[in-house]
Write a protein that binds this ligand. Sequence first.
Ligand code: PGA
Length: 261
Amino acid sequence: MNKLIVANWKMYPTLSDSLVLAGAYKKSLQELRGVDIVIAPPTVWLSSIIESWSGSSRHIHFAAQNVWPEDQGAYTGEASAYLVKDLVRYALVGHSERRQYAHEDNELVREKVQACLRWQIVPILCIGEAEPVLGPNDQLNDYQWGKLRGQLLSALEGVDHQHLSKVVVAYEPIWAIGTQKAASARYSESVIKRLRQAVESKFGQAVAGEMRFLYGGSVSPSNAESFLRSEEIAGLLVGSVSTKAKEFVAICEHAVTERNA
Ligand code: PGA
């Protein structure tokens, strides 16, 4: 199966930066096969980037960095899943920066997951623990694990069984985001295994087996390969490095190699 590589441009590029970046992506990625790529520009530039992206590239899709759960109404400054549904195939939901700065809680994140699925948008559900505090057997201690597991299961609650495995989970330890201190592949793999088991005990083996888990947090060309080698890890969510076309392309190329390995 192709790995999924997501570029989260966050609130970095201006419109002209975004157009240049999209042009550079297009040149190098359009012909690359064996990887699925998702680009999440700042929502305000989505239409312009998509317009500039003429021609078909079936392995490249767009994402919103956030959505509002209500379809329409008096929600100044927000863009709902309903409003962006014709522009994007994916949406990030529950990113730790939104949980931190916009005070999003698990309940709101759950509503966003449901809004995405209602409008055929694939939610990329971001979850992550605040600190790498380990307990026995080098596993997350009970408090951190409880919070992480809670973020995951609470967001999936009430989702129609047939849609559950469409949700993509991005495991992003908060301490690894923007710090240039990525978690090790071994650590991420073991957390993802536990998360998958938690999904299995609540929703069954079939859903857990199909659900895709990504890793995110200080991903770079030099560490991407170690994550991509793992069968447990279906892909990567790349933040600041995705605003450097050359580095992002290198990560996508690693994804092709690991797929073929
Ligand atoms: P980073 O961000 O790659 O800059 O650490 C990842 C993310 O926030 O999705």
